[in-house]
Design a protein around this ligand. Structure first.
Ligand code: RIB
Ligand code: CA
Length: 312
């Protein structure tokens, strides 16, 4: 049975790979893509999302959402994702346009109109759209089957020593979401950074036939170089891990823990404080991934790219 999924992105390079994986997934009925600012400004993250969908004939509606965090100023990531937010690939004229309805309004409307428990939301950027949808229509919290979040960290961050980029970008939104009661599966940096794209792996995947592999290769060439130059790491498949969770949860180990979001700390703002020992005695509010079988992840990704081999 395919799962109805709404993908919420801030399309940058790894978001683009998540879109590719979801676009022809055998497990996912991609209902729509909602877009927020994050890796780049909203106009650029929307354009990048449309370009990926147009290039790969992924025919789903794309809804523009929040152009800035709820309280913080927008802080983009041009060093890693470039001025366009998806530097590397060259796209032909984009044949599709985004919807007029705001992403948060769409999310609230769609979830209320669908049977309770039918919609899964996967977020690969800041949680601003989701927080706004919850504020617009609080009862969506009890109607969402699962909210899969690429974000946060149990240990070290990547944008500060304490915080991961997506929760750091909008801590207030993350706090609203994590305290809402919505059923959360958190895929943290500790897991996603173990899925790193080595040059040999990229060389292998670049041999996969079809447009998706071509787009993957052009994107990852830029992303890998930027990650190596500016953070001294190989390119990690952060966002695609969320799609892998939907496709095969057995790739992961998880624990149910209480997670709080730091919104005030001078050095820790945006930190996901995961109560691994249970010392807070608070009821768990998230299923937190601890590990992923990276080798099996790569097989899932390769199969996803191969599904576009016959795209003219
Ligand atoms: O920290 C990694 C996350 O931040 C990913 O979603 C990446 O796209 C950036 O948004
Ligand atoms: Ca992202």
């Amino acid at each position: 049975m395919m799962r109805s999924v709404i993908l919420d992105v801030d399309t940058g390079h790894d978001d683009a790979v998540a879109i590719m994986m979801a676009g022809r997934s055998l497990s996912i009925k991609l209902e729509a893509i909602t877009v927020t600012a994050g890796n780049q400004t909203l106009d650029k993250t929307v354009r990048n999302t449309l370009n990926v969908c147009s290039a790969l004939s992924i025919n789903v509606p794309v809804y523009p959402g929040m152009s800035r965090p709820l309280l913080k100023d927008l802080q983009t990531a041009p060093l890693i994702h470039g001025e366009s937010g998806l530097d590397g690939p060259v796209f032909t004229e984009c044949a599709i346009k985004s919807e007029k309805e705001h992403a948060a309004v769409f999310l609230a409307r769609k979830i209320m109109n669908k049977p309770s428990g039918e919609i899964t939301i996967v977020t690969t950027g800041p949680l601003t759209n989701i927080a706004m949808a919850i504020r617009l229509e609080p009862s969506i919290v009890g109607r969402v089957r699962e909210l899969v979040i690429m974000g946060g960290s149990i240990g070290q961050g990547n944008i500060t020593p304490a915080a991961e980029f997506n929760t750091y970008a909008d801590p207030e939104a993350a706090s609203i979401v994590f305290s809402s009661g919505i059923p959360i599966t958190m895929i943290p940096l500790d897991v996603t950074r173990t899925v790193s794209l080595t040059p040999d792996r990229l060389a292998h995947l670049s041999q996969v036939p079809g447009k998706a592999a071509e787009l993957f290769t052009a994107s990852m060439n830029f992303y890998s170089t930027a990650c190596s130059k500016y953070i001294g790491e190989s390119a990690a498949m952060h966002d695609p891990c969320c799609i892998a969770w939907i496709e095969d949860p057995a790739l992961f180990t998880t624990v149910k823990k209480y997670v709080a979001i730091e919104t005030l700390g001078v050095h820790t703002r945006g930190k996901t404080v995961v109560d691994m020992s249970g010392v807070s005695k608070k009821e768990p509010n998230a299923q937190v991934a601890l590990t992923i079988d990276a080798e099996r992840f790569w097989a899932v990704l390769e199969e996803a790219l191969l599904r576009y081999h016959n795209l003219a």
